[in-house]
Design a protein around this ligand. Sequence first.
Ligand code: GLY
Length: 426
Amino acid sequence: MRVLVLGGGGREHAIVTALSRSHHAPEIFCSPGNGGTAALGTNVSIPEDDPVYVAEWVERNAIDFVIVGPEAPLVVGTADILAADGVPVFGPKAAGAHLEGSKAYAKELMERHGIPTGRYRLVQTNEEAKEYLDEVGAPVVVKADGLAAGKGVTVAETVSDALGAVRQSLDGHFGPAGDLVVIEEYLEGPECSLLAFTDGDTVLPMIPVQDHKRAYDDDKGPNTGGMGVYAPVPVVDEAAYAAMTSILEKTVAALKSEGVVYQGVLYGGFILTADGPKVLEFNVRFGDPETQVILPLLETDLLDVMMAVTEGRLSEVELAWRDEVALSVVLASGGYPGTYPKGKPIRGLEEAGEIEGVTVYHAGTAMDAGGRPVTSGGRVLNVTAVAPTFIEARDRAYRAVDAISFEDMHFRTDIGLKAIRARGEA
Ligand code: GLY
């Protein structure tokens, strides 16, 4: 079986690693891939924003199954074109991907179907924004409607900050993605993500996971794509898990009732409020770095699950999970999430990977002319440790982090502390 994975981050290295354990023993291609995926398959270069080219490449190279990692190729209809060619593809078609491609669409869908989320207003002018903000005050969350590479969300403490964020968006800071703006109620509580596999009918939730979006310890500094993550999430009790699962089920059913059969991963970003979980956002794919702790704990063959999704027989599948925890620390380039240099030699990967329970997923890495790993992105490596307890997982992960170095490497030192406290491990 020949499988193509689109994407080149830590998420895709984790997917490729899980595929390499599959009993189907697939031959794996990854585009663009990274230094880690190159060791498990063949990195290729296919323009991911060109679905027609992707489909031609898939046909030319006799690919049997395609897995789409990031949202952008899904939003432009890669799954639609491949499916029309009869190629099984893991990831929703454009109509389903719109759930991430337009925050306004997601909010309106939730409103139509009574799915719990914060109050909101859509605005297209500064005047509309002022009128609404005069009514609701601050704090509020201001979001560009479309895809903005994770940068289109501002938590505004004051009305003036909120108006500034709206103006920035309407002025074209995020391109056309910011022409429509969602102003949303600020909700309080711990954040948690629950991802589920779905074939459009059956919804199989994974384990809950908690990302750390801010760049620095104690949730300080600018937002990033995610600086660390752990799973499961001790503050999620059975009631919260059931409520989040029910929201995901309701969302898949809502889409279906409006003619959208959603297949792939549905990622619910939740906030656990005093009134129960509410949806902050939906993503239409695996999270990054969430996948780097979910898949190491998944015992079920990932390719079997994905094939069941595309064949509409997910009801036959039961997910099995290791009775352990996982934690991942993101090692970033100096300057990230702003500008950063590339091409810095990375040392210590072998030593780190030898620590019990540790896997180092590559994200922004490449190989230099001599075949040595160098940095090539903002988030460079995801150091993941699996262990029976969070204390042990933290110890393993940070020992591995200590073994790795590259110039101006930065990372958070507090990943997993919340879980340790919540579980009463210390
Ligand atoms: N870590 C957040 C995301 O994947 O969207």
